[in-house]
Ligand binder design. Structure first.
Ligand code: NDP
Length: 254
């Protein structure tokens, strides 16, 4: 008997990296998980297969975010996937995890790159949530994946960090708005996590430096973040809302 038995979850960017870790953990806890992807269908199918091999239930949902009509396309694919899985319509847990990085100081960011990172990381979650609300059952959960760089100044990724600042403000606002429905809205802010987004971790010197930022002396793994999201998704977190949970492994404590 899992803590999320009978629940349905959608994890944007659930196909790879942190999102795949979250998808697997929510499925292990009993949820039926919609594993969203943008273009890499094979990765989504791999994650779905891994979940099924572990005895869980999942299906893939493809929709590119950051383009006009993205949220509508995502929810249409979700509704169709749910029906094909023979599940009741509706949703209990939405995890807004999909995002793109923009590793560039302000001097190197042009308008096109700025608009793109905001379209995927801030605008898309806004409209994904907007269209989720009629589907989300009372007592549901919204978890937004932010970054520790909203708290720690990181000039090399300033525009990217701004998108997550917007997401954290949305988290606060929605928590107030959705509280009467028993829906909690929280954010989780990872530090450096070993995913495709950080392929530079393959360099041993850079990896050692990144590890040194954390009080625990290592870089984060997707499961480190997934466990926190699973807690926020659980009944045990029913009294926690509007929070941004630091998931940086105690980075830069002094
Ligand atoms: P990855 O690059 O490993 O995976 C990104 C996921 O998002 C993939 O599933 C990808 O699907 C999807 N995605 C990306 N762009 C789009 C798009 N335009 N449309 C649809 N889907 C898209 O990312 P991480 O796992 O590293 O990051 C996950 C979250 O964690 C992000 O919100 C990120 O900002 C945050 N984060 C990550 C940190 C890290 O160190 N890795 C640190 C702090 C925060 P597809 O492959 O099909 O495009």
């Amino acid at each position: 008997m899992g803590t999320l038995d009978g629940r349905t979850a959608l994890v944007t960017g659930g196909s790879r990296g942190i999102g795949a870790g979250i998808s697997r953990r929510l499925a292990a806890d009993g949820a039926l998980v919609a594993v969203h992807y943008g273009s890499n269908e094979a990765a989504a199918k791999e994650t779905v297969a891994a979940i099924e091999a572990e005895g869980g239930r999942a299906f893939a949902v493809g929709a590119e975010l950051g383009v006009p009509g993205d949220a509508e396309a995502l929810w249409a694919a979700f509704d169709a996937g749910l029906a094909a899985a023979g599940a009741e319509p509706g949703l209990d847990i939405l995890v807004n995890n999909a995002a793109v990085s923009l590793a560039a100081p302000i001097a190197d960011v042009d308008e096109e790159a700025f608009d793109r990172v905001f379209a995927v990381n801030a605008k898309a979650p806004f409209f994904v949530i907007k269209l989720a609300l009629p589907r989300l059952r009372d007592g549901g959960r919204i978890v937004n994946v932010s970054t520790g760089s909203t708290r720690i100044a990181s000039p090399a990724i300033g525009a990217y960090a701004m998108t997550k600042g917007a997401l954290e403000t949305l988290t606060l606002t929605l928590a107030h708005e959705l509280g009467p429905r028993g829906i909690t809205v929280n954010a989780v802010s990872p530090g450096i996590v070993e995913t495709d987004m950080n392929s530079w971790l393959d360099d041993p010197a850079k990896r050692a430096e990144a590890a040194s930022y954390s009080a625990f002396g290592r870089v984060g793994q997707p499961d480190d973040i997934a466990d926190i999201v699973a807690y926020l998704a659980s009944d045990g977190a029913r009294w926690v809302t509007a929070q941004t949970i630091d998931a940086t492994g105690g980075s830069f404590l002094g």
